[in-house]
Write a new protein. Structure first.
Lengths: 391, 414
């Protein structure tokens, strides 16, 4: 039966061309949105690599002209606030997480060039952040005074530079004239948050005892349940220890909320718009099909007269639209497949593409069945007598 | 005749309410989205409020420094030292301003935390950006230089700190420092990021002047000419001065890149972060137009499909008219008129839906302090969208209808 309907629809492909075009566009729009959601979900669900509970960031303005004085003041501040009973731990970091600020560099290796983001933290910050160590060790005092600087790298960067091999204690070139020694490999540290793309990352050590060390934010781990109003007390203390400095206090949770909110707004708008578009297509198909069925009184009545059951007539109407949709999906697929073939969008891998195609196909098919259902019901109401009376 | 057509059109619309509903739904929803988007674009590119002189100013909001080996680079906002060395000596602009980017600060009132965005600015800032002062005044050049602890605050901030009473002369404490309020301005939409903040204080109110030595981070510059025609001259002077600028650590960072951008270029920059190339405004414009047209294509084809179904339904009516001598052009104009009436009704509904959703977006606070406006340009865009729909979705079905064979049409066989 399906083959027969396909033959009929193929014969009438010109008459149905506008409907086919409509479904082709609807399919491509849907595919784009589904793929976008799928890619977003993939980046969102990849491990963040650190925890953000009960962590606050204190940003300040360091004076690069007088690094020693800056370092001294910052160190004093760090000591003063570490003694507060509400604070369990305090560390320095170059940039706080969840904001779009970072240091970047390109690393040249035998396996190619890699774009790498980096930061520097004081000893023990990795444990405080709950980062996961996969190999080697964290940075500590034993890295003091080494001629070759020690560095931690994330798993992606390790895979990129060293492949499946061992990375610990290996060296790699950094900024042309320097070599770095890998002392540990961590799972990941997605500094810019869940919605940022997964990338290479490395972490240097900030030696708090070195007067030349430079950093621009202090991060504190407060006791669970510390109220936000603690900031008032904290600000007073900060102001006392460094009267000339401006401190900006935010919680990591707050920074993350901001990141998630702006990420969600960007994603929800296209979803809502495409929902409206799908609704329009559904209504349109319903209207067209309805009209179509009322015009086919003769044909459908005749089928009933020749012994076709109501269910068979109903099936014919639904299948007809399904066949049209399939033709449209095929065309849409051939158009859309150019994207992963050309590889314009890096994150659009074949597996994501095919998953999105499958999901979009199912949605369009369900939509077709839903739109054809009511008109097909009307078609069953035609009596053979109506058809024979026609004209 | 026209009256008859219009009456007929209204009758036809009432006949099959379901079709009318679908058509109106398509038209109004599409128009609503187009109106929202174009109002947003219009609002950013031709901002009302403090940034209303935007066609005369350029903003310097990003810079990057590149290491000698060309590999490593840092990219962030410009620093005061850089802006002071590059834009302050400029001769083409009438006014130049340096101000800090928004920073999160907190004040406390009866133990309750009040979150605000603070900007530290010079006095020129108030001349380039036209704030609406509800009461009070901005700080003067002298006050800014002396770094007096004065503050201009937004209406919303004033309400949070002092409820409905006048804020003038009272003091607020943010991040441990006390400032005396000398002016209250109307709230500024966060989308106008050159102007937007909650609290503005003089640049030098901060006791530390460490920032004056910093080449990178935390600041923005605005340069404004007398007329929009001065923009190219300002750009070339900026580039000349940029080329002459040396980073304080020239051995490590020999290359400094920045650019002075117009409002639309600032937006194009958001999508293209590479400062080495000029902002891709042309590409952005093309993208916007292509997306809009693609977005409208689907509802249009939908309407064409519906309209074809509709005329087939009226085959017998068309057959009668044809056999009584109506010309194709009569039928086409009648159908087009019907279609345009339908799109106009949909247009009015869409317009109301847009106003309603703008109201809800404003109230919900998704975009803080943003108030949508429909001005002449946005209205013109809406009208052209309606015409686009009315004509495009009517032409093909009308042409098809006019070619119907009267005999077949009378029989109802097509």
């Amino acid at each position: 039966m399906f083959a027969h309907i396909f033959k009929m629809m193929w014969q009438r492909k010109r008459a149905n061309s506008l409907i086919i075009i409509e479904i082709v566009i609807a399919f491509i729009v849907l595919l784009a949105v589904v793929a976008f959601i799928r890619v977003s979900y993939q980046t969102y669900s990849a491990p963040l690599g650190f925890e953000f509970d009960n962590t606050w960031s204190i940003e300040f303005e360091p004076d690069i002209k007088d690094r020693e004085k800056t370092g001294l003041t910052a160190r004093q501040t760090l000591q003063v606030i570490s003694q507060l009973p509400e604070i369990e731990d305090a560390h320095t970091m170059y940039f706080p997480p969840f904001i779009e600020a970072s240091s970047s560099t390109t690393i040249d290796t035998e396996n190619g060039e890699f774009f790498v983001l980096s930061t520097a933290v004081s000893d023990g910050a990795q444990q405080a952040m709950g980062m996961k160590l996969l190999a080697g060790r964290w940075l500590n005092e034993s890295d003091n005074g080494q001629t070759i600087r020690s560095v931690l790298i994330n798993k992606l960067l390790k895979d990129n530079i060293f492949g499946d091999g061992n990375a610990v204690n290996q060296l790699f070139d950094y900024e042309g004239d320097e070599k770095l020694r890998v002392v540990g490999v961590f799972e990941d540290f997605r500094q810019m948050g869940e919605f940022s793309s997964v990338g290479n990352y490395m972490m240097f050590r900030t030696d708090l005892d070195n007067p030349k060390s430079y950093y621009r934010s202090i991060h504190i781990w407060v006791k669970p349940g510390t109220p936000r109003a603690f900031e008032e007390k904290l600000q007073k203390l900060l102001h006392q220890s460094a009267p000339n400095w401006q401190f900006e206090v935010t919680t990591w949770q707050q920074l993350r909320d901001e990141h998630i909110r702006s990420g969600m707004v960007v994603r929800i708008i296209p979803i809502v718009i495409s929902l409206f578009l799908m609704l329009m297509v559904a209504f349109g198909l319903l209207g067209v099909l309805w009209q179509n069925v009322t015009r086919r009184t003769q044909e459908l009545g005749l089928r009933r007269a020749m012994g076709a059951t109501a269910a068979m007539v109903q099936m014919q109407i639904v299948f007809e639209l399904l066949v049209i949709s399939l033709m449209a999906i095929t065309i849409g697929f051939l158009i859309a497949i150019q994207l992963p073939i050309s590889g314009v969008i890096e994150q659009l891998t074949w597996s994501i593409f095919f998953q999105s195609v499958a999901i979009s196909t199912v949605i369009i098919m369900l939509l077709s069945v839903a739109c054809a259902y009511y008109p097909s019901l009307i078609a069953t109401r035609y009596l053979p007598a109506d058809a024979l009376h026609y004209e | 005749m026209l009256r008859v057509y219009i009456l007929l059109a209204l009758k036809v619309l009432q006949r099959r309410k379901f079709y009318t509903f679908i058509s109106l739904f398509c038209i109004s929803v599409t128009l609503m989205v187009i109106l929202l988007v174009s109002s947003l674009i219009e609002n950013i590119t031709h901002p009302p409020g403090p940034e209303r002189n935007s066609e005369r100013f350029l903003a310097i909001e990003k810079m990057s420094i590149i290491a000698a080996n060309g590999r490593s680079n840092q990219r962030t906002q410009p620093g005061y030292q850089f802006l002071n060395a590059v834009i302050k000596p400029m001769e083409t602009p009438e006014l130049t301003s340096i101000f800090s980017t928004r920073s999160q600060v907190a004040g406390f009132r009866n133990g309750k935390r009040i979150k605000s965005q603070l900007k530290r600015t010079d006095s020129q800032y108030w001349k380039i950006l036209q704030f609406d002062f509800i009461e009070g005044r901005p700080f003067s050049e002298l006050e800014a230089k002396q770094g007096q602890h004065l503050a201009v605050i937004s209406e919303d901030t004033a309400r949070q700190y002092f409820d409905e009473t006048s804020a003038l002369g009272k003091s607020i404490i943010v991040s441990g420092e006390s400032y005396q309020v000398i002016g209250v301005v109307a709230n500024v939409s966060v989308l106008h990021w050159n102007a937007s903040a909650d609290i503005w204080v003089p640049l030098f109110a901060n006791a530390s002047t460490a920032f004056t030595q910093q080449a990178m981070g935390g600041f923005m510059g605005l340069i404004m000419g007398k007329t929009p025609e001065q923009i190219p001259a300002m750009k070339s002077e900026f580039n000349k001065r940029l080329a002459a600028y040396k980073h304080p650590d020239p051995k490590r960072w020999p290359v400094v890149i920045a650019s002075a951008n117009s409002k639309f270029e600032q937006i194009a920059r958001l999508f293209n972060k590479d400062l080495n190339v000029p902002p891709k405004t042309k590409e952005l414009t093309i993208w916007i137009i292509v997306t809009m047209v693609l977005f409208m294509l689907l509802p249009t084809i939908n309407l064409v499909n519906l309209n074809i179904s509709r005329i087939l339904e009226r085959a017998s009516e068309i057959g009668v008219r044809k056999s009584f001598g109506a010309r194709s052009s009569h039928l086409i104009s009648q159908f087009m008129l019907e279609n345009i009436i339908l799109t106009c009704i949909g247009g009015v509904i869409g317009f109301m839906l847009a106003l309603l959703s703008m109201y809800f977006i404003s109230v919900s606070g998704v975009v803080p302090f943003h108030s949508f406006e429909i001005n002449f340009r946005v209205f013109a865009a809406a009208v052209s969208v309606i015409l686009f729909f009315g004509i495009l979705s009517g032409v093909y079905p009308a042409w098809k209808m006019s070619r119907m064979n009267p005999i077949n049409a009378l029989k109802g066989v097509i």
